[in-house]
Design a protein around this ligand. Structure first.
Ligand code: IMP
Length: 431
């Protein structure tokens, strides 16, 4: 009963959607377990680009069932829109193919307004949230007065809860943040409409996953964001409010640990980050422009959800090793190797320096990165375009050496590298 978990080892945007799409070809169920529409997965198939924020990207394979787990916070407006967009693109979305946990929490316009007001109030200490209401929705969950998908099943009670919820946040918006209140009845009308559309999809997905695993079906759990944005294990407080790490898959889907077969860590060949927070290997100027791209291509380093340019830098091997450890990563995939083509020299952070000492690991975890200076190892780059390469042996020797060095640093095998955005542009690594 195999459960494979795909997680990001960095600050999100590692290209997890790509590998999920690839592995979903063999999976029976694909499941998202954390976060909400702060995530953005881009999948390119046959020239068509799918941008998904909530529905697991594996659903593009016609044989799979897509699951939204209890660990998620779901904005029904985004979900309904996404269902429509997928249907319009010819993807079949039915209550048989898309299952939403009754215990997933709802995001409302009040959460979004509060997220934005709180972020503004942080002034120079802004986290750089996506403004999608993620933090306030998880805050309500922890405070035990959140709205859950199951509330949509009883409209009378739901309307009452929703009115109370919006009215309460309106008070905060006006009294604390001097922001405009929301129209309570307009939100209630809008959400009543979503309720009727989403009711058929609501299910006990934990039970369904358990039964599927017992029957020997393959489940692929798809993490959103990345390890360094994990509420507990990331660069706190510059994190999201959920658990993108592997343990979050179990909690966020309602499963025990026994079925886990593999934890697949996805890392970009370099480092990126959206929003504020420490970033020891960040680069600026020409190298940054080179790594980021201009924004013309869908794969350039601009946020899928917010369009913000991403901060970019050299691959941080210390943080990667940390991510491998806290997730129990069993294998890695390195994405975007093609972007490094043409750089004469690559830098790889292998340790940190602090007060004249060289440290191989983080003494107090990733929340305390500021004082550290990266120790770089320089490796030769490669000039060749690798986008058409499909066999490991056909990659330039310098590209293979870069991959081997990452394996050595992290102690886990790199199983695949991607050399372009298309489904076919993946190279299996020979051990
Ligand atoms: P929030 O999740 O909107 O609260 O944002 C918290 C932090 O996580 C911010 O720095 C965001 O830029 C970052 N973040 C949230 N979702 C993603 C994602 O899918 N990719 C990359 N960064 C993200």
């Amino acid at each position: 009963m195999p459960l494979d978990i795909v997680i990001g080892t960095q600050w999100g945007d590692e290209g997890k959607g790509r590998i999920v799409d690839l592995l979903a070809a063999q999976a029976d169920l694909v499941a998202r377990y954390n976060g909400g529409d702060n995530a953005g997965h881009t999948v390119n198939v046959g020239g068509h680009t799918f941008r998904l924020h909530l529905i697991p990207s594996g659903i593009i394979h016609p044989h799979t069932i897509g699951i939204l787990g209890n660990g998620m916070v779901i904005n029904p407006a985004t979900l309904v829109q996404e269902i429509e967009n997928l249907k319009a693109a010819g993807v079949s979305i039915t209550p048989e193919r898309l299952r939403i946990s009754f215990a997933a929490h709802l995001i409302t316009p009040a959460h979004r307004a509060l997220d934005q007001a709180q972020e503004q109030a942080r002034g120079s200490g802004q986290i750089g949230t996506t403004g999608r209401g993620i933090g306030p929705a998880y805050t309500d969950k922890a405070a035990r007065h959140g709205l859950r998908m199951e509330d949509l099943l009883d409209l009378d009670t739901f309307r009452e809860k929703l009115e109370h919820h919006v009215a309460t946040i309106n008070t905060w918006l006006m009294r604390i943040y001097e922001a405009d209140p929301l129209d309570v009845q307009a939100v209630v009308r809008e959400y009543t409409h979503y309720a009727t559309q989403l009711q058929p999809y609501i299910a006990d997905v934990g039970m369904e996953l358990h039964q599927a695993l017992r029957l020997g079906k393959q489940v692929l759990a798809e993490g959103a964001q990345g390890t360094l944005l994990d509420l507990d294990l990331g660069t706190y407080p510059y994190v999201t409010s959920s658990t993108p790490t592997a343990a979050g898959a179990l909690l966020g889907l309602g499963l025990g640990i026994v079925p886990v077969r593999a934890v697949i860590g996805v890392t970009k060949a370099f480092q990126t980050r959206v929003g504020a927070g420490p970033f020891p290997t960040e680069v600026f100027g020409k190298t940054a422009e080179r790594l980021r791209g201009t924004g013309k291509n869908p794969w350039d380093e601009f946020g899928t959800t917010t369009g913000r340019p991403r901060r970019v830098g050299w691959l941080d091997g210390v943080l990667l090793r940390y991510a491998v450890r806290v997730n129990g990563v069993t294998e890695l995939m390195i994405t975007k190797m093609d972007i490094l083509s043409g750089l004469p020299t690559l830098r790889l952070c292998i340790a940190y320096r602090y007060n004249g000492h060289t440290l191989q690991d983080l003494p107090l975890g990733p929340a305390h990165l500021e004082p550290f200076e990266p120790v770089y190892e320089e490796l030769p780059g490669w000039m060749e375009d690798v986008t058409t390469v499909r066999r490991w042996d056909d990659l330039p020797a310098a590209a293979r050496a870069y991959v081997r060095r990452i394996e050595e640093l992290c102690g886990v095998p790199v199983r695949r590298v991607s050399v372009g955005p298309e489904r076919s542009q993946v190279v299996e690594v020979t051990p």
